[in-house]
Design a protein around this ligand. Structure first.
Ligand code: C2E
Ligand code: CA
Ligand code: CA
Ligand code: CA
Length: 274
């Protein structure tokens, strides 16, 4: 931009300043949100071929008193950069374990998945903290799944795997989130101590029997089957997508607007079978 008109440079730096300003506002707002209880736990059901709800994914929501619902895609990155994702993640984990200990969830035998970001997972005391939480809430840890991403596992790989192994010993399951979007080799990913993969919605969106993505999805499903991994497809919006996925893999779980939008956990508890 240096060799172009000064006006363009100016516009560029103004845009940068606006972005920086927005981030500062979000950071301040998040502090307040944590203190004043503006966060909410939403869940989105994951259903089997028979349309039964098997599990839910916990998703955090921020209900700002003035701005309304803030998009997680906007505030999660800020929470990650500022370290606020640690107290936020603690809150989400606490709520998730409370949900898991609800008699309706226990009776229904539902599993609950929760997103864990890299910064959160890499904290020194993470394993101990989660162990204490599991003990305090009395939940069956084998019904809890931590969703982690490939990027989390790329930094300090050995340490990350060590932690996963420790948590596996408690019974906790691991899901590899956004599967297929990263750059790691399949061989590397398949060495990780995971029990589930989540096919990213980018693969699901333009899924037809002839589409380019179909070949890849079929290959990923075959790998998952070989390792007896649970598979969850994200972003299932159309019946045809669900039917195709279920034809390929009858054990697949589908998550998406076709079955349910994310809804407040308290609302889901009123009618967990949809
Ligand atoms: P994600 O883990 O990939 O979550 C799936 C996202 O897809 C959710 O967005 C969900 O609302 C959306 N989704 C579900 N079904 C459909 C569908 O049929 N079509 C489309 N187009 N989208 C669908 P959400 O809730 O806005 O969350 C965005 C991201 O923010 C999540 O992506 C996750 O990476 C992060 N996130 C959400 N909650 C938490 C949390 O508690 N902790 C952490 N660390 N990250 C979170
Ligand atoms: Ca997720
Ligand atoms: Ca995902
Ligand atoms: Ca995603």
């Amino acid at each position: 931009a240096r060799h172009q008109g000064g006006g363009q440079v100016h516009a560029y730096s103004e845009a940068l300043a606006a972005t920086a300003q927005r981030r500062i506002e979000l950071e301040k707002g998040l502090h307040v949100a944590l203190q004043e209880g503006q966060l909410q736990l939403f869940v989105q059901p994951q259903v089997d071929m028979m349309g039964r709800v098997v599990s839910v994914e916990a998703l955090v929501r921020w209900q700002h008193p003035v701005n309304g619902m803030v998009d997680p895609a906007e505030f999660i990155p800020v929470a990650e950069d500022t370290g606020l994702v640690v107290p936020m993640g603690d809150w989400v984990l606490e709520q998730t374990c409370r949900l898991l200990s609800d008699p309706r969830v226990q009776q229904g035998g539902y599993r609950v998945s929760v997103n864990v970001s890299a910064v959160q997972f890499q904290q020194a005391g993470f394993v101990r903290k989660l162990q204490e939480l599991i003990q305090r809430t009395g939940v069956d840890a084998s019904r809890l799944t931590l969703e982690v991403t490939e990027s989390l596992l790329l930094q300090e790989v050995e340490q990350a795997i060590q932690k996963m192994v420790s948590l596996r010993a408690l019974g906790v399951h691991f899901a590899l989130d956004d599967f297929g979007t990263g750059y790691s080799s399949l061989a590397y990913l398949m060495r990780l101590p995971i029990q589930e993969i989540k096919l990213d919605q980018t693969f699901i969106h333009d899924l037809t029997p002839q589409s380019h993505g179909a070949v890849l999805v079929e290959a990923l499903l075959m790998v998952a089957k070989g390792r007896a991994l649970r598979v969850v497809a994200e972003g299932v919006e159309h019946k045809a997508q669900a039917q195709l996925l279920q034809a390929w893999e009858p054990g697949i779980l589908c998550q998406g607007y076709l079955f349910s939008r994310p809804l407040p956990a308290s609302e889901w508890l009123q009618a967990p079978d949809l």
